[in-house]
Design a protein around this ligand. Structure first.
Ligand code: MG
Length: 376
């Protein structure tokens, strides 16, 4: 008996030392009688999101947003992804369809090689950042599901550190603005789009119905740095917490001056897209707004956040109009952010997924593997 046990221990030790422990793929292939290895299978489906309210920015209005929903299937498990393509960013369902149709993900047999797969995707063509994000999100969802864990846990983040999310109040007539503010009573911070002639009127209208904290997004709308600074002092007195992209991204010197003199943090949005852009915002802005659709997805967004934090900058995570798929993917990163603007799924009437929840204005992660969504 003792001998048998010793033999077993020796054999087990030998197996470990000599590398006889078979990798996952070999074991699953043996179980299937040495069938060929499974390949990643990518599919995609265009869809138009219906907005509850017409959305007005400094420059355009629209009532739908085109998206492309993606799936990556592997050994019976499906990861879901999404590209959101508001027209002003230059991508469309046609361009995303062309890009995705050109990818050969079936060359990959190990979904855990996330770096290798996403570098192949990124190098396939320039641009196409939303289409690339749709692959990145689906791959993360798939890998998380295989591991049986949500990504915030895989990254070692704490669910209770998620920030509150802002809710955007678009530019509109005072009556409509008052109505929208009442509908947004659950939110602890409201985002106001400024950069038009009626900026002070917008703020005064909102202040006539609520004293909830505000943040403002100027979308590069202010032209003069001195006037911008005066406005920021006034906004500070009105309970505004930060200012997003106050002036043109083409004038970093003016923005650096504004940041130095401003009582409120100045956040870059249009001024950056990807990891390689973060360094040029250091010393110019107080923080950066990261969006999966601009930076090719979760993998690069995670790197950008860590780089910004290492440079003592504030981090904000934002979104486009998206379903709960891309919103839940971004929410996995939100414990690293000071502020979040993840309301894109709340602005649409035809969501296809259920995922992250907003409870008392706070992003509330769900303990479900991958990006934490299910189809509805
Ligand atoms: Mg913005």
């Amino acid at each position: 008996m003792i001998l048998k046990r010793r033999n077993f221990i020796q054999t087990s030790t030998l197996a470990l030392v000599s590398g006889l422990v078979l990798p996952y793929n070999s074991i699953s292939n043996m179980k299937k009688g040495n069938l060929p290895k499974a390949n990643l299978k990518l599919s995609f489906d265009p869809c138009n999101l219906q907005l509850k309210h017409v959305f007005t920015l400094a420059g355009s209005s629209r009532s739908t947003t085109p998206v492309m929903l993606t799936k990556i299937e592997f050994e019976g498990i499906t990861g879901y992804g999404e590209a959101s393509m508001p027209p002003y960013l230059g991508e469309s369902q046609e361009s995303a369809g062309r890009f995705l149709a050109g990818l050969k993900l079936d060359q990959f047999t190990d979904p855990f090689r996330v770096d290798e797969i996403l570098e192949y995707v990124d190098n396939s063509a320039p641009g196409n950042t939303a289409a690339k994000a749709a692959v990145d999100i689906a791959l993360h969802d798939l890998v998380g599901k295989i591991m049986g864990q949500p990504w915030y846990k895989i990254w070692g983040l704490s669910a209770e550190k998620t920030p509150v999310t802002s809710f955007t109040i678009g530019i509109d007539s005072p009556e409509v603005v008052r109505q929208k503010v009442k509908e947004a009573a659950e939110f602890k911070i409201l985002k106001v789009k400024l950069g038009r002639e009626n900026d002070r009127e917008m703020i005064e209208t909102i202040r006539s119905v609520t004293d909830v904290p505000l943040c403002v997004d100027v979308n590069q709308g202010w032209k003069d740095k001195h006037k911008a600074l005066d406005m920021i002092y006034w906004l500070n007195e009105k309970g505004v917490k930060y200012v997003e992209q106050p002036m043109s991204k083409e004038n970093p010197d003016d923005i650096a001056w504004l940041t130095q003199n401003s009582p409120l943090p100045i956040i870059a949005d249009e001024a950056l897209q990807r990891l390689t852009d973060v360094q040029k915002t250091v010393g110019v802005y107080s923080g950066i707004n990261i969006k999966l659709m601009k930076c090719t997805g979760m993998r690069e967004a995670h790197k950008m956040m860590n780089l910004a934090l290492a440079n003592k900058m504030k981090v904000m995570i934002g979104c486009m109009t998206e379903t709960s798929c891309a919103i839940s993917a971004a929410a996995q990163l939100s414990p690293l952010a000071t502020w979040a603007d993840l309301d894109g799924n709340l602005l649409i009437s035809n969501d296809r997924f259920e995922g992250v929840k907003i409870v008392d204005g706070k992003i509330t992660l769900i303990d479900r593997p991958g990006i934490g969504i299910k189809e509805i």
